[in-house]
Ligand binder design. Structure first.
Ligand code: ATP
Ligand code: LTN
Length: 358
């Protein structure tokens, strides 16, 4: 009997080992969003939706980039609320905490620590060329702080700590991931192979959802105008109202709903949103709306968005009421993340010549 139990344990241990081996072989994916505003349809279609679809095939790390949010002035109470709300929304959008490591950036101090080291390996000229820095400095002319400028070095640290293979981002963040690769190459060039060189991972559909009232600008969560963006927690009637007002063009023919990013940016954006929410191709959408005007089309897009966001809004609202669950989630996530982050930071500190703590 005893022997039988022992054999059973050996079989179980072997099975666990092979699962671990499979896990070890999984490619690593990592990304973050700063809680600088309420998450939008752009955050969902351009980022989180794609993340949720990768959990089975990748070892995934997703975090709330709260330290990054400090680069623009935040109201402390709002920042706290939004950080936890974002965690609830990650889960509601389908990021299963059992399959993904979800955590708050400031709970893993290695991000700030490696961020400093990597600032010393990022050139002033490189940081000056970053489009996001130029955009944000123009928008926050009275607060062009050092953090805003050095932001990409902290982002490089966020990424390189976990040695990911892929970093899924919208196309506005591609430049930062490319700079991360340059920083990693530079560091490895001096100290040997410390960092894995990550690839940006840009979704084909939904890579850039534009503002409904200004299709030349990205739908952004910290843009305070409001009517051109759809937030994940928006009520159905507000979503429908915003789509009704969405900017199109003066085309009136039977084929006014057609994909032409350059000449019909408003319509192209609505088609992109509709395609992302329904899984239909642009050709199928053009066929569906042949002979229809923009009124019908905008109502259909609005309804598709309402139905896409309904379960997310309801689940996020339910989770927000369970503070204990959310706190537990970020504690476990931070513990898992710290384990990997500490290993990388220790290696970096040693390489650059910092004396290890006794
Ligand atoms: P902010 O307005 O505070 O700068 P944001 O709304 O631009 O923020 P980020 O935190 O910069 O959002 O983006 C988080 C992730 O979501 C990034 O990978 C970004 O590329 C993606 N993303 C954000 N907005 C959109 C959008 N409108 N379309 C597609 N992807 C988006
Ligand atoms: N800079 C990103 C948010 C961000 C991020 C990251 C994304 C911070 N750290 C690491 C991917 C990987 C943004 O503004 N969207």
């Amino acid at each position: 009997m005893l022997l039988y139990q022992l054999e059973k344990r050996i079989v179980a241990a072997k099975a666990a080992e092979s699962v671990n081996e499979m896990d070890e072989k999984k490619k690593v994916m990592l990304s973050g969003i700063k809680p600088s505003g309420d998450l939008t349809l752009g955050s969902y279609l351009g980022a989180i939706k794609n993340w949720a679809e990768r959990a089975e095939t990748f070892d995934c790390y997703y975090f709330m980039a709260d330290l990054h949010a400090l680069t623009t002035r935040q109201n402390p109470a709002d920042l706290r609320r939004r950080t936890l709300e974002q965690l609830a929304q990650y889960v509601a959008c389908g990021l299963d905490p059992e399959k993904n490591t979800l955590f708050i950036q400031s709970h893993v101090p290695e991000h700030a620590q490696l961020g400093w080291v990597l600032q010393c390996y990022t050139m002033f000229g490189e940081l000056s060329r970053m489009t996001q820095f130029k955009d944000k400095s123009a928008k926050n002319a009275d607060n062009i702080n050092g953090g805003l400028f050095a932001y990409p070095s902290l982002m490089a640290a966020d990424i390189l700590l976990y040695q990911p293979d892929y970093v899924p981002v919208g196309d506005d963040q591609k430049q930062h991931v490319e700079l991360t690769r340059d920083i990693a190459h530079r560091f490895n060039g001096v100290y040997g192979d410390v960092f894995k060189i990550p690839e940006p991972y840009i979704p084909k559909v939904g890579a850039r959802i534009m503002d409904l009232l200004d299709p030349a600008s990205k739908m952004s969560k910290s843009d305070d105008i409001g009517n051109g963006r759809i937030c994940l927690m928006d009520q159905p009637q507000d979503i429908m109202r915003k789509f009704k007002r969405a900017v199109t063009d003066s085309d009136t023919g039977d084929h006014c709903v057609r994909y032409d990013r350059e000449n019909k940016p408003g319509v192209a954006n609505l088609m992109q949103i509709y395609a992302s929410c329904t899984g239909r191709s642009f050709d199928a959408i053009e066929a569906e709306f042949t002979g229809h005007g923009y009124g019908d089309f905008k109502a259909a897009v609005g309804e598709a968005v309402v139905e896409t966001l309904r379960p997310i809004r309801e689940e996020a609202a339910r989770l927000m009421k369970d503070k204990g669950y959310l706190e537990n989630l970020c504690r476990t996530g931070a513990e898992k993340a710290s384990y990997i982050a500490m290993k990388t930071l220790r290696k970096v500190y040693k390489k650059v010549g910092l004396v290890p703590k006794a």
